[in-house]
Design a protein around this ligand. Sequence first.
Ligand SMILES: Cc1ncc(COP(=O)(O)O)c(C=O)c1O
Length: 432
Amino acid sequence: MDKKLSLFPVSTQIIQDKLTIGGCDVRTLADQHGTPLYLYDRADLDSAAGLYRRFLGESWPGRWSVTYAGKAFLCASIAQWAQGQGFIVDCTGAGEIGIAVSAGLPREHIVVHGVNKSAEDLQAAIAHAGTIVVDNLSELGRLAKLAKSDSLPELWLRFQPGSSVDTHAYTQTGHSSSKFGMSREQILEAVKICRENDLPLKGLHFHQGSQFRDPEPLGDGIDKALDLAKEIGFKDDWHLSPGGGWGIAYHEDDLPQPPLEMYVRFVAENIKAGCKKRGLTLPHLHLEPGRSLVAKAGVAVYRVGTVKQTAGKTWLLIDGGMADNPRHALYGAKYSCLTVEKATGSPTQVVSIGGPFCESGDVLIEQIPLRAVEEDELIAIPVSGAYHLSMASNYNGARRPAVLLLDNGQARVMQSRETTRDLTRRDGPENA
Ligand SMILES: Cc1ncc(COP(=O)(O)O)c(C=O)c1O
């Protein structure tokens, strides 16, 4: 039970056998706000942010920033929370930029990513961002044209080091056949274009993948990026981002969350040593975490609608699934769960937990030991804070769940539940 509970946010308690998070009773929240329901624990968010600040502060002697990868989960409240932590927000494209702007983030708190930025994305980035991370030479050509009429934010070039971290193939991004970033030769060509067009080139970025536990492959990315920095001739006031992607534990059978300190120190020590070896001044160091900041703070709560026996399986069919959390369907991601009441009950059966959507792949958990669960009971799935709602869909007319921020016994709605009206809002006027 302790191992399972450690997957839940720091403030989680079981009081009289009932799950409470952020000082709030989860059953009461589900009854008030409906299910599926997403809960974020403010204390857990703050604690993860504090660890990044602490380890960067302790291990990096120069300037540093944490950039929250908004792709993990972005809404106005989370953007404001990130700004409040002193973090920059990484936005992919005009949509996420729009969310950051609606949250009141100033230019210097917005950095823009994207592998194929549209004209709209570039215009939004120029209007609102402090930094654009340029993915490729075509994009740079477009920016060079735009620079004739607009002044550009600072530019970093996204480098493809030719090596990825050890993770699921779908979340590896640094290998040479990856769609992300530029090779060494392309980066040098990009530098030439920047100089010829007087573009504000300020740094390099690379990201070798997500949900990794072994920092070792970052050493290769760092070495190659520093070689490039030397060739480019970055001197004072230059920026280096080795991306994000530090892994977390999703299930009690996983190894525990690898220590953040190990990752931050590995990056800092390797860049320090690499700069010294090459006679480079230390860059402004940026780390770009998403899931390791917000995943564990999030819990998804579902209501069991049907308990069904099929050949060799007991199914708990719940009211959410791949439409709010596509990660099992996408990557075979493995989750755990607790019942919200009688939470400490000993397992008496093995069940599979499936959603209401018309796909056999709409399963959140394959085979988990659980106590006998009755229809109308609630279950809570931990580590639900990253890449669930940001990848959510309206499949089968699903309405995206409400999202609450829990803080010291108070629950605040960060996002309300979508309504059927939201589903028809974009229909043509002839159908209105
Ligand atoms: C460029 C970039 N930076 C940062 C991240 C954050 O990764 P994670 O949420 O695993 O930390 C991603 C994730 O895909 C990314 O593509």
